[in-house]
Design a protein around this ligand. Structure first.
Ligand SMILES: Nc1nc2c(ncn2[C@@H]2O[C@H](COP(=O)(O)OP(=O)(O)O)[C@@H](O)[C@H]2O)c(=O)[nH]1
Ligand SMILES: [Mg+2]
Length: 191
């Protein structure tokens, strides 16, 4: 369950997961700061940011934990899964291996939290139009999202798949608002 403040606003803890260089930090910072960051340094350990999101008349707060994809931070990473309410699973549309590696991330998520966690699947770098979907298809990704939905049992909700570009400002907010909506719906269904 999320933390709820004295005004009844839910605070959700969201992890952004995926391989290094897939664009996790760019997406998070663009969403929070409203533009593609000028300077992007590799994430050392964990970065944190936080943003208030409006869903119609509802306001929720998202704590966004951007966790380093590098193997040497694996031990640090595990600590951050506790009390996580949702996850954004990120892969790079130009690198097929980053999609298949999400299996490892999902396993780590499920093992560390011990319960199912609502997720959205995000394919980044949509602006690199001549390099995306090489050696795999969009249908394959949709199939992956469907199998993932069955595996993590997300209240009968199929995990949304969203293509984004932080560079051309395409769909940057959508992963966050869709996940916020799903997490809010879950809380609404739990007395
Ligand atoms: N073309 C393109 N490059 C991107 C996009 N998002 C991030 N990048 C680049 O990908 C690299 C890795 O980005 P970063 O956010 O640090 O990835 P992280 O390791 O997953 O946090 C950087 O050079 C970014 O400028 C995008 O939407 N389009
Ligand atoms: Mg990063």
């Amino acid at each position: 369950m999320p933390f709820t403040d004295e005004e009844g606003v839910h605070y959700f803890k969201v992890l952004i997961l995926g391989d290094s260089d897939t664009g996790k930090t760019a997406l998070r910072r663009h969403f929070i700061e409203g533009k593609h960051p000028n300077v992007l340094r590799p994430t050392m350990g964990t970065d944190f940011g936080y943003k208030t999101v409006r869903l119609g008349s509802i306001i929720v707060k998202l704590g966004l934990w951007d966790v380093s994809g590098k193997e040497r931070f694996a031990n640090v990473r595990r600590l951050y899964y506790h009390y996580c309410n949702g996850a954004i699973l990120v892969f790079d549309l130009t690198r097929k291996d980053t999609l298949f590696n999400l299996g490892k991330w999902i396993l780590e998520l499920v093992e560390s939290t011990g319960h199912s966690v609502p997720c959205v699947l995000v394919g980044t770098k949509y602006d690199l139009r001549d390099k995306i979907y090489q050696d795999f298809s969009r249908d394959k990704v949709l199939n992956f999202a469907m199998r993932l939905s069955m595996y993590i049992g997300s209240l009968g909700i199929t995990i949304p798949f969203i293509e984004t570009s932080s560079i051309s400002n395409y769909n940057v907010s959508r992963p966050f608002t869709e996940l916020a909506y799903i997490m809010h719906r879950i809380v609404d269904h739990c007395p």
